[in-house]
Design a protein around this ligand. Structure first.
Ligand code: XMP
Length: 317
């Protein structure tokens, strides 16, 4: 019988065999999959797992600091790299969604490779690949269609000559979560919504600037905190705010305002391939709208996305 406890025992044993006395380098994202994979590898080889967590400038508000803190609590050997400015410089002037994805994916590999070059004796590359990634990387990137260039799988270059360690390759997401709980990883990390590799960069339509990122981080933070506070976070598969950098007219006191709009997105889904917009309570939406408009200078309008996938996608870019 498959149980998380058996899986952990067997996997840690297999990892010890596979890795021997070598070192593993691994990029961590703050998500469930890479964290569970890292904790398993850490159980097998301890500090010979060298984790790298990159601040690409388009993470959620305070995410870099809080995730690093969680890794520390879990006993993981992880180095945080602040590469924000490099990403902002590379993204400057880019407006096309696929170009933004490629820029972030490419620069991420450069930053990771720089870190790997400083860590010459690592011979393995750890990855949090799960079973649906294995399937999706075939179907999404089939020979005739590339829907969106997801870069979770196979993103890190073959030319690094590292052997892969992928302890979650046979698991579905719910199994990964069960293993994570059994490993004692905190619930708020285990129950996290999926978050795309290109982060908030594909939730700011058009050009990315540090100011726009700060605006979106503030609005998104209000939204996510409110979802948690009203016990709605766990009822949706994914949620986030999107910054629409077009101006519309509003009024505040005696003054006319001319500011940006925030779109709120929340969907229910099983695997992200199809999704329905979540019927969040009107009262809740009213509360979040007020809180964003009253607290985030630069936003004077909030709308709710009532499109399902297909034909809309979950992300706006
Ligand atoms: P869409 O927008 O295609 O999203 O309906 C489906 C799921 O995939 C995530 N997503 C991405 N994840 N890199 C990622 O790592 C990407 O470029 C990317 N684009 C979309 C999205 O957040 C949703 O969970």
């Amino acid at each position: 019988d498959w149980t998380p406890a058996h899986f952990i025992t067997d996997t840690v044993e297999a990892l010890k065999q596979q890795i021997g006395d070598q070192k593993v380098i691994m990029a961590l994202s703050g998500g469930v999959d890479s964290t569970v994979a890292a904790v398993l590898i850490n159980k097998a080889i301890g500090d010979r797992l060298h984790g790298i967590f990159v601040d690409n400038g388009v993470l959620r508000k305070d995410e870099f600091e809080s995730v690093l803190e969680t890794y520390k609590t879990l006993g993981l050997n992880v180095k945080g790299i602040n590469a924000k400015q490099r990403f902002y410089d590379a993204l400057a002037g880019k407006t096309d969604p696929e170009e933004k994805r490629k820029t972030i994916g490419g620069l991420f590999i450069d930053v990771f490779q720089d870190a790997a070059n400083e860590d010459k004796d690592a011979t393995f590359l750890g990855q949090g690949t799960i079973y649906p990634d294995v399937i999706e990387s075939v179907s999404v990137h089939g020979p005739s269609v590339t829907i969106k260039s997801h870069h979770n799988v196979g993103g890190l270059p073959e030319k690094m000559h590292l052997k892969l360690v992928e302890p979650l390759r046979s698991l579905f997401k719910d199994e990964v979560r069960r293993v994570g709980r059994e490993l004692g990883i905190p619930d708020d990390l285990i129950n996290r919504h999926p978050f795309p590799g290109p982060g908030l960069a594909i939730r700011i339509l058009g050009e990315i600037t540090p100011d726009r990122v700060a605006l979106l981080q503030a609005a998104d933070d209000v939204y996510v905190k409110a979802l948690k506070k009203h016990n709605l976070y766990a009822t949706v598969w994914q949620a986030g705010a999107i910054l629409l950098p077009i101006r519309s007219v509003g009024v505040m006191g005696d003054e006319r305002t001319y500011e940006y709009t925030i779109a709120l997105r929340a969907v229910t889904s099983v695997d992200g391939m199809t999704a329905d917009w979540a019927h969040l309570p009107y009262d809740f939406l009213a509360t979040v709208s007020n809180e964003i408009i009253n607290n985030v200078r630069g936003i004077n309008r909030v709308v709710y996305d009532i499109s399902s996938k297909p034909p809309a996608t979950i992300e706006w870019e």
